[in-house]
Design a protein around this ligand. Structure first.
Ligand code: LLP
Length: 425
């Protein structure tokens, strides 16, 4: 099955033109210019619904990992579907509040929460703090006490499982900064009375991202459950199990588990247990729901290699540079042009500013458009202003309508908040 007829998203060629749902991508770009992120509303909510349906019988709290895509319209669309949010900063908490999220569906992870962020979250009345160290636990207890509140806490345990994924997005081993080792976590649970302002009754795991097979998840959950059972013998009751995110998606030719297959593996493990399931998918929900559109500027051939130079760079989409990630690159208008093998590169002054190495692409005309697929997760979210490049525009398509959901940044945005001291004037 061709990549574009696979039902993982709503970007398709019709009559040789790439459409997002009912809208030709080129018609959007004529108004917005490039580079541009374009999201399909239908793909977005469709993926949320797949997870919700697969796990329905357990009535989980599905907290979309906002770090994958923090666009307010994306968040709002998911909140309307009933999603909660996994947040990692005060900024994300404020975004959740801004789009009217149900705070009783918000979980706050992060290895280093500041006092200000903790206070903000206590005041907001979130569902769960996912705590990753003893000093942080002490801090949250102190601040909750001051505010005369009791705060629900899950300990993020580090199950010491090495999931097969990219080194930089593998989090479940003790060589990584994440979570609390089992021995320390056990000590905390047994000593939980030392934290009178906390209700420590949850366990959180997140072993990494873009994990395409079920086994590592199952192994981590089994480890968490065994840990729980051991605690139960000591009278410690765990009521919340947050199994994190990490579900892999198709970028190229991966064959990741579907939501249903994932549920079929996970649900039997939880059967008969009085546990509230929490999950934190990010990429699975939004990854295939977005494309990134750039314009070809020039081609050059240095005798050894060919380079296709486009008007977007690693500042716009860093995944290929940072993780060697693969994004399919296709012309927005199908081209009869012969194919060439080239590096598709941006204008940023770094050798790493490469979207694809030695890739076969259509030798489209200068000025023609290319789409990088599966760019909805960790795309715009990781964009920067490196090389004084304003961030791209974001667009959402729903059926035959489309809306700008975040304006392209301007030069003013780039210099906002900068000052030249008197002595330099
Ligand atoms: N929960 C926690 C605690 C996390 O740290 C993450 C992702 C998630 C949930 C969501 O994981 P997902 O379902 O999206 O895999 N920038 C990298 C990915 C970094 C993931 C960080 N944590 C990339 O572009 O591949």
């Amino acid at each position: 099955m061709s990549r574009l007829t696979h039902p993982i998203h709503d970007f398709r060629y019709k009559g040789g033109e790439l459409y997002c749902e009912g809208v030709p991508v080129a018609s959007i770009i004529r108004k917005t210019g490039t580079p541009a992120y374009i999201y399909s509303h239908q793909t977005l909510v469709g993926h949320y619904r797949k997870i919700a349906a697969a796990f329905k019988s357990l009535d989980p709290v599905i907290c979309f990992a906002m770090k994958a895509n923090g666009n307010l319209a994306v968040l709002r669309a998911l909140a309307r579907e009933g999603a909660g949010f996994d947040i990692v900063s005060g900024g994300e908490l404020r975004k959740a509040r801004m789009i009217g999220a149900d705070m009783q569906k918000v979980a706050f992870a992060s290895v280093g929460k500041t006092e200000e962020e903790i206070l903000l979250a206590i005041r907001a009345g979130i569902l769960l703090f996912n705590v990753e160290s003893v000093p942080e636990l002490v801090n949250i207890n102190r601040l909750a006490g001051k505010m005369r509140k009791t705060v629900r806490v899950a300990l993020r345990i580090n199950p010491d499982i090495d999931a097969p994924t990219h080194e930089k997005i593998n989090t479940g081993s003790l060589r990584k900064k994440f979570g609390i080792d089992l021995k320390t976590a056990r000590g905390i649970f047994l000593d939980r009375k030392a934290y009178p302002s906390l209700c420590i009754n949850g366990i959180h795991i997140h072993i990494g991202s873009q994990i395409t097979r079920g086994e590592p998840f199952v192994a981590a959950i089994r480890k968490a459950l065994a840990f729980m059972d051991d605690l139960a013998l000591k009278g410690v009751v765990i009521e919340y199990l947050d199994i994190g995110g990490g579900l892999g998606i198709i970028y190229k030719d991966e064959a990741p588990q579907t939501a249903l297959e994932y549920a079929r593996k996970v649900m039997p493990l939880l059967k008969g247990r009085a546990l509230q399931l929490v999950m934190e998918p990010g990429r699975f929900i939004v990854g295939n729901a977005g494309i990134f559109v750039t314009r070809k500027l020039y081609t050059k051939d240095n005798g050894l290699k060919k380079f296709m130079i486009v008007d977007a760079g690693m500042n716009d989409l860093v995944r290929p540079s940072m993780y060697g990630a693969h994004h399919e690159i296709i012309p927005v208008v199908k081209s009869a042009a012969r194919k060439i093998v080239c590096d598709v590169v941006g204008p940023v002054c770094e050798s790493a500013d490469v979207f694809a190495h030695d890739r076969e692409v259509a030798d489209i005309k200068d000025g023609a458009l290319l789409a990088l697929l599966s760019a909805g997760a960790y795309g715009y979210a990781m964009a920067s202003n490196y090389n004084a490049r304003p961030r791209a525009v974001e667009v959402m398509v729903k059926g035959t309508r489309w809306d700008v959901i975040r304006a392209r940044e301007t030069f003013r945005d780039l210099v906002r908040g900068s000052f030249i001291p008197e002595y330099l004037k």
